[in-house]
Design a protein around this ligand. Structure first.
Ligand code: ADP
Length: 509
């Protein structure tokens, strides 16, 4: 059946033939030329280009009838000459050939236009997404765009704002929302499995056919777009699926970019926070040192005053003040050193030193803390010298020993060992305390971090290990926490560079 648009094209083709009649009449009247068939070929040609093969053939046939009007006897259609037949055949061949070529050209042009429209839509999509600040906004933009580009109803499903999986921004739905949500959810779950597709078709018993498209990485943040397919037959490589895929890809790229931007922003924020902390720590430390110096001086003057030294209780008190103030002063000094090392203002004073001296120095400084506890020392024979700043490394070891004493039960032994492994010196401090799980082991070196499980066991500031790490790393070494798990004790291992590299050396402790 010829549609309305088609019949209009036939009418227009007839119109073209009518228009051609005017020059034909003029030609016959004013010139001695007999044949006007060339003039009537033109409507067929134009109709072929503009309206396609059918109207062109109609124009050619009508042109042939009109041509016969101009053969003598003029204006009679009853005359049929061989030349007329030849004209008609030529007209038909021209109409068919040009019609076919023009048809192909038109189809190609439509394809190009369609392609251009899609590229423009994708461009609009990416610029809209660029303005979206978070994942939810990107999902909304992609859903709206998909609905516009595919000219279909699109329902967005995602979990958000503490709510479970639900349809977003669709107050009215032709199908029961729960049925569609269920289909979307089970598709989202399937997406997590390797090799599963990012697009699938769901036939809902009471809700027709839906194309389900996964957006974002499979996981709790992903979204599913359900595109209403109506009565469309399922063809996974079809037009709609291909277009849905290109929109999804654009969305996925933006989500990826957003993730990277987030990570960068978080890193910058952390760096700024660290820098602020450094400034704060430095200024507070400076402020504290002056009154502390007076307390230290006064305490030592007091302890030597005859009235105080004659009274044992007062003498002990003044000594305690001096010792605690001394400890506080060392801690503040450590904090200042950390901020200066981080700022590059303090360089370690390297020396070649016997590791046993470092271990013994640290044990002397923590003697009070370790008193009454069994401490075993297993240093390998002929330990090679290390090239480090002894003050910094001794302080790092003091912090580790203090932690072992602090977190392990009072009667649990502490084992210290040292030996060479893989061309480096390892000093290990083992305690039988609460141990560390993997997550805890990753966090203990962060400044001000205090393990939740350990905070009740002993007090602290969460700075000891951060300081130790900074000192050891400034010396070209590293600290490694080892534990078989909660309740199974902890070994803190310091790795230090040897003074003279001993190639091929292996475990000798
Ligand atoms: P603080 O001891 O002041 O809490 P640290 O920086 O020295 O701060 O230690 C940080 C955290 O690392 C501690 O709060 C604890 O959770 C954990 N930790 C450190 N040493 C040990 C250890 N020997 N055994 C178990 N946990 C430890």
């Amino acid at each position: 059946m010829i549609s309305r648009i088609d019949s209009l094209a036939y009418l227009k083709a007839a119109g073209l033939v009518a228009v051609a009649t005017l020059p034909a009449v003029i030609m016959v009247v004013l010139t001695p030329l007999e044949s006007v068939s060339a003039i009537y070929m033109l409507p067929g040609l134009v109709a072929a280009v503009w309206y396609g093969t059918g109207p062109a053939v109609a124009a050619a046939l009508l042109g042939a009838v009109m041509t016969s009007l101009f053969y003598p006897p003029l204006f009679s259609v009853m005359v049929v000459r061989p030349s007329q037949i030849v004209d008609l055949i030529i007209s038909l061949i021209v109409a068919l050939t040009i019609g076919r070529l023009a048809g192909q050209l038109r189809a190609q042009m439509l394809r190009v236009r369609e392609e251009e429209r899609r590229v423009r839509q994708l461009y609009d999509l990416s610029s809209e997404i660029a303005g979206a600040g978070d994942v939810a906004a990107i999902y909304d933009v992609v859903a709206a765009h998909m609905a516009e580009a595919l000219e279909r109803e699109v329902v967005l499903f995602a979990a958000g704002d503490g709510q479970p999986w639900h349809a977003i921004g669709r107050p009215t739905l032709a199908v029961p929302a729960a049925t569609l949500a269920e289909a979307a959810l089970s598709f989202a779950e399937r997406r997590g499995q390797p090799g599963s597709p990012d697009v699938a078709v769901a036939d809902l018993p009471a809700g027709g056919r839906w194309l389900l498209c996964g957006l974002g990485r499979p996981g709790p943040l992903q979204a599913v777009l359900a595109v209403a397919m109506g009565g469309d037959s399922h063809d996974p490589s079809g037009e709609i699926v291909a277009r849905a895929r290109s929109i999804l890809e654009e969305g996925a790229r933006s989500l990826e970019r957003l993730g990277l931007t987030r990570a960068l922003e978080e890193r910058q924020l952390r760096q700024r926070t660290d820098a602020l902390r450094d400034i704060l720590m430095e200024s507070v430390s400076h402020e504290l040192r002056t009154p502390l110096a007076s307390i230290l001086g006064s305490a030592s003057v007091l302890s030597t005053a005859p009235a105080v030294s004659a009274e044992p209780r007062l003498s002990d008190l003044s000594k305690a003040i001096a010792s605690e103030a001394g400890r506080l002063d060392r801690r503040i000094q450590n904090l200042l050193d950390v901020t200066r090392i981080r700022a590059g203002a303090l360089q370690p004073r390297f020396d070649e030193i016997d590791p046993a001296d470092i271990v013994n120095g640290a044990l002397d400084s923590t003697a009070e803390r370790l008193s009454g506890r069994k401490v075993t020392l297993a240093l390998a024979r002929d330990l090679p010298f290390v090239r480090v700043d002894p003050v910094l490394i001794e302080q790092a070891l003091i912090n580790i020993l203090e932690n072992a004493a602090k977190f392990a039960p009072g009667d649990a032994p502490i084992a210290i060992s040292a030996g060479v492994h893989d061309g480096r010196l390892a000093i290990a401090v083992h305690d039988e305390g609460p141990g560390l799980d993997r997550h805890e082991a990753e966090q203990i070196f962060e400044r001000f971090h205090r393990g939740e499980r350990h905070a009740d066991i002993a007090g602290g500031s969460g700075l000891g290990l951060a300081i130790a790490k900074t000192f050891v790393e400034a010396n070209g070494g590293s600290i490694e926490p080892l534990s078989e798990g909660p309740g199974k004790g902890t070994t803190m291992r310091l790795w230090l560079p040897l003074a003279v590299q001993r190639v091929g050396e292996s475990d000798d402790d």
